[in-house]
Design a protein around this ligand. Sequence first.
Ligand SMILES: [Zn+2]
Length: 306
Amino acid sequence: MTLRYINFLALVLFFTSCAHHKEIDIFDPLHAYFGEGFELQHSKVDRGHMERVLINRPNLDPELAALFTKKIFCNEQEVGFKRKGDKLALYLSAPYHYDEDVFSCYYQFTLNDQKRSYSYPFMQVLIRPYEFESERLNVDRRHVELSDEDLQRWESERDELERVYSELEVHRSYFTEPFKRPLNSVITSTYGRERVFNDNVSSWHNGIDFRAWYDTPIPASNRGRVVFAGDLFFNGLTVIIDHGLGIVTLYCHLNEIKVEVGDIVPKGKIIGLSGNTGRTTAPHLHWGVKVAGNWINGFSLTDIEM
Ligand SMILES: [Zn+2]
């Protein structure tokens, strides 16, 4: 390198450092915290189940932390979390169908007064295989294929439910107690059972069926906000409760609904009476549980401390 070039370089550096004091980036402490040396946590969830996972709370200066909103995404889905002492309890789930057996979780920090945000991975989750029952049925084609009118109705209901599920409360919880199963009766169809119709059309049971004769009172599994109460083509009279933190319960085939959209219902409140509405062959309660965007085995929710 020639002396002249070195002089030129020094001059450039001098002027650039005078012209722009190097601004301290508000994200620098986050880059440093999650940068080299940060150890990813590892966790496991059974296919079609949920898990409450405790993770370390990022050890950030409170004044700094107050400048950001913090969200957590797992498998590209925002998940609910809450403080548990010096930890965060995370309510995550693994889907029934999946291609990759590992997914990652990351924090997304967004500056309150700007649109700028950064994402930092902190955990890898392994989906453990889980075998579910399966049954083969031979049914009349007409029972599998819908008429144009029924198809149109089902499509508009599907759109409405998609809207309901897109507006769920993820950032706070309505509940403080553990969840309970709605009935203690015989399980007539388990979660995850695969149904193969006429050797090709296949579906899977995304909830749990409880035996229930007509007009059995059905209690809410936990405190929450009613986000749907109405009649659906397949599910019949249906109530959906948003419990917050990305957790939802669904009650189908009711004979009567006893709540309205917007109601905040306490745990155990009778939300309806069981029945045989929608596409069913006998009266029963279909109970669905959705956590972090996946319909999961509801018993993995009622079995745990919240
Ligand atoms: Zn069912």
